[in-house]
Design a protein around this ligand. Sequence first.
Ligand code: PLP
Length: 388
Amino acid sequence: MKRNTNYDNLEQSYLFSIIGKKVNEYKKQNPDKKIIRLGIGDVTKPLCPSVINAMHKAVDEMGVQETFRGYGPEQGYDFLRTAVQNYYKNFSVNLDLPEIFISDGAKSDLGNILDLFDKNNTVLVPDPVYPVYVDTNIMAGRVVKFVNAKVENNFLPMPDNNVKADIIYICSPNNPTGAAYNREQLKEWVKYSLKNGAVILYDAAYEAFIEDNTIPHSIFEIEGAKNCAIEFCSLSKTAGFTGTRCGYTIVPETIGKLNKMWVRRQTTKFNGVPYIVQRGAEAVFTEQGQKEIKINIDYYKKNAKIISDTLAELGIWHVGGKHSPYIWLKCPNNMKSWEFFDYLLNNAQVVGTPGVGFGINGEGFFRLTSFGSYENTLEAMERFKKLF
Ligand code: PLP
């Protein structure tokens, strides 16, 4: 046996364990202080009533001979694929059912999709970045190049025709920065991709936070994208499915052989998402379900606005917070990311995520999230106001 030594090339990710350790230490020494966590990337609001009702009904069906279901279609049940198809019509994107694949979340498919690509492809990822894009490629032994996201480009890097890439990752609205590409910017990426024969792996996990039509919800809103892009989406942040697990991946039939290959891959290695979960997901796309999830998204967005408005008032440079639950700020007084983490914990008892944990361009930056409670977000911002 020879093991996959590419794993030796992975950076050990200590980010969240160091944060946990530092917070626990502080708590031990200051048991009476109230710590507010604005670093969480998980949702906190429960599933909405439509989803719960649909899943209860599906559970009952599973206990009755006539409606019991065993293995489902690997690509997902047609009732859910049709719901996704109709959802995309809101953005004037027409999809055929064979292009829609139901997944157990975006993270799995972002990793699994790499089965379709040659080991020698060059990969382009933004820095800072959602670490899954980098690590899944390092595990497969691919060369990863970085494109710099920085203040000068508002953390929205654009293609460079001198850089050759085969696989391009775009996440918009972005984790960790909260920045979102507009239509014109995405057109440039599609143009670059078509010119270079590259594929864009488009992560739309946060599309439900988009506020107006200046920001596309889907890469397929851009002409030509169906010839060069694959899109990943998730109900995790949209509808609180982080623990329930359901998402969808769009592989156009017009992108060479990739659609057929993905069918082959999924039918070989995947046995589908549970029927009960798919019924819950279907409920998200009903009129009532959309109303209910909007209440939760609006709650998070209100928190994001409080954070963003406070930072603006204090003159602290930041992006995100508008079409996204994330706010990415420049650490005041030129502090480094971890220095600011310690300063904030010790002086305001607020916990966030050091930007350097997402890539070298994140040094000197910091991520706050809006997934906490309204009251805590408000209190955290009051503490900011006293500090800066
Ligand atoms: N993509 C991005 C950019 C994310 O931030 C996350 C989760 O935090 C995911 C994908 C994973 O989503 P899922 O829960 O659907 O696997």
